[in-house]
Design a protein around this ligand. Structure first.
Ligand SMILES: NC(=O)c1ccc[n+]([C@@H]2O[C@H](COP(=O)([O-])OP(=O)(O)OC[C@H]3O[C@@H](n4cnc5c(N)ncnc54)[C@H](O)[C@@H]3O)[C@@H](O)[C@H]2O)c1
Ligand SMILES: O=c1ccn([C@@H]2O[C@H](COP(=O)(O)OP(=O)(O)O[C@H]3O[C@H](CO)[C@@H](O)[C@H](O)[C@H]3O)[C@@H](O)[C@H]2O)c(=O)[nH]1
Length: 433
């Protein structure tokens, strides 16, 4: 079977590589010539653990190809996966420009029947609109649209693709659903087949639910700080109840990334469009916006004002093991610190290059942790990279002017911090000073 993947971002590239790895012949199409050139040399344009090894292996086995020539790829395809971006419009709704462009590109090229599988996250009704467009733009062939939302996490995308909890297939046509199920069967992951609209909704509802768990635990953390309870203990005790589950109960400075922020807003907008006021979800979003600024509040409380203070930021990406800066808490925090005329020195093991393009120009970059901490008045930990979790705490004492840590990801056990002359403020736990 000839499979084509449209868009080689986090989802498209991982999907293409994984489908090739289970034996399919896969051509990945992107409009970005530079990216395609890089991938043709076996270089991944994104940082994702394990991806380059799998890319090279499958390219060498002649199963994985990269091209900008979409027209040719679509002509020869049996199944086309769409994995282009669906970013946020100004009003919070999903921007479907790239989706509809891909539909037009495919419709103008295909000469035989084909199945189009939508991996991108799209609002309910979009796959049916795509189906309608195909019927109008390419009436000479049969094109079946299948919804197959993606659930991988950045930083563990390869693992998630091979070990996911479910593969959701939403289809109107049984034959098309069977073909997509057949393609995915080698993964050995349970397949949940449903109608298209439910499949589209499963994706938004799943992300909104996970975001709700995070905002919920963050609110509990905020209360813990005031009543003298410890959020780590509370989350551990809650998580032992299997009805609650222990995952996604890590309190911190909120969720970021390319999905939760935009997908929660898009779902609130989907609801608003049918005159449903999704109050709970709007509160989840509001709590997150406040939570991202928590360390600034703590610093203000501690210092009075932060003008002229040298602040070391440790961690810039929205989570560890990725260089993705989309909606990272560091964007909000660095901007606010710079606006208050603090001196900001930032370090991240992987994301500095991407960060330079989006953080204020006043931010100074360090090439290692010690350099960032040197003579700093305070450190703010924004991403829980292993490098920070495993850092010898004496380094803070040795390097900083005043060893004051604002830890937005609860990287250290309080008993460990207690052994050092460190002032330590974290999330949902008592301060150590
Ligand atoms: N990033 C994630 O972890 C993740 C996980 C699950 C679902 N999703 C969803 O998957 C979709 C893709 O997300 P992403 O983060 O991979 O996006 P991305 O922005 O990283 O990549 C999109 C790619 O599509 C390419 N593209 C755009 N229009 C094209 C066209 N007409 N033809 C060929 N290529 C085209 C772009 O050049 C880009 O390389 C989104 O809907 C997102 O919500 C993302
Ligand atoms: O207990 C937790 C878990 C996560 N986070 C934060 O939540 C954000 C998202 O983390 P994660 O879900 O691990 O990463 P993503 O790559 O954004 O993956 C989410 O978004 C993807 C895109 O839709 C989905 O495919 C995944 O299933 C979904 O987990 C990050 O900022 C994390 O720091 C917390 O604050 N506490």
């Amino acid at each position: 079977m000839n499979i084509v993947v449209v868009g080689t971002g986090y989802v498209g590239l991982v999907t293409g590589v994984a489908l090739a790895h289970i034996g399919h012949r896969v051509t990945c199409v992107d409009v970005d010539e530079e990216k395609v050139k890089q991938m043709g040399r076996g270089i991944s344009p994104i940082y994702e653990p394990g991806i380059e090894t799998l890319m090279k292996e499958n390219m060498e086995a002649n199963r994985l190809f990269f091209t900008t020539d979409g027209a040719r790829a679509y002509r020869e395809a049996d199944v086309i996966y769409i994995a282009v971006g669906t970013p946020e419009n100004e009003d919070g709704s999903a921007n479907l420009t790239y989706i509809y462009q891909a539909v037009k590109d495919i419709a103008s090229s295909v000469t035989k029947d084909v199945i189009v599988v939508t991996k991108s996250t799209v609002p309910v009704g979009t796959n049916h609109e795509m189906q309608r467009m195909f019927q109008q733009l390419a009436p000479h062939v049969r094109i079946d649209v299948v919804s197959n939302p993606e659930f991988l996490r950045e930083g563990s995308a390869i693992y998630d693709t091979f070990h996911g909890d479910r593969i959701v297939i939403g289809a109107d046509d049984e034959r098309a659903a069977a073909v997509v199920a057949h393609i995915h069967r080698p993964f050995g992951i349970p397949i949940f087949q449903t109608d298209i609209r439910s499949a589209e909704m499963i994706k938004y509802a799943s992300n909104a639910f996970l975001a709700t768990k995070i905002s919920f635990i963050n609110e509990i953390a905020n209360i813990c700080e005031k009543v003298g309870a410890d959020i780590e203990q509370v989350a551990a005790g809650m998580g032992m109840d299997q009805r609650i589950g222990s995952s996604f109960l890590r309190a911190g400075i909120g969720y970021g990334g390319s999905c939760f922020p935009k997908d929660t807003k898009a779902l609130a907008k989907i609801a608003a469009n049918i005159d449903h006021d999704f109050e709970l979800l709007k509160a989840v979003i509001e709590v997150n916006n406040k939570q991202q600024r928590k360390l600034i509040e703590k610093a203000r409380e501690r210092f009075g004002h932060i003008q002229g203070k040298k602040i070391a930021i440790l961690g810039l990406s929205f989570k560890p093991n990725t260089d993705d800066m989309r909606e990272a808490a560091s964007l909000v925090i660095a901007r606010e610190l710079v606006a208050e005329q603090a001196i900001v020195v930032a370090y991240d093991p992987i994301a500095i290059n991407k960060a330079k393009a989006v953080l204020p120009k006043e931010v100074i970059y360090a090439s290692h942790v010690e350099e960032a901490l040197k003579d700093a008045d305070a450190a703010m930990i924004l991403t829980e990279w292993d490098e920070f979790r495993q850092l010898d705490l004496s380094i803070y004492v040795k390097q900083m002017k005043t060893p004051i840590i604002f830890d937005g990801r609860n990287c250290y056990a309080l008993e460990d911090v207690k052994k050092y002359a460190i002032e330590y403020y974290s999330i949902g736990r008592k301060p150590m000073n």
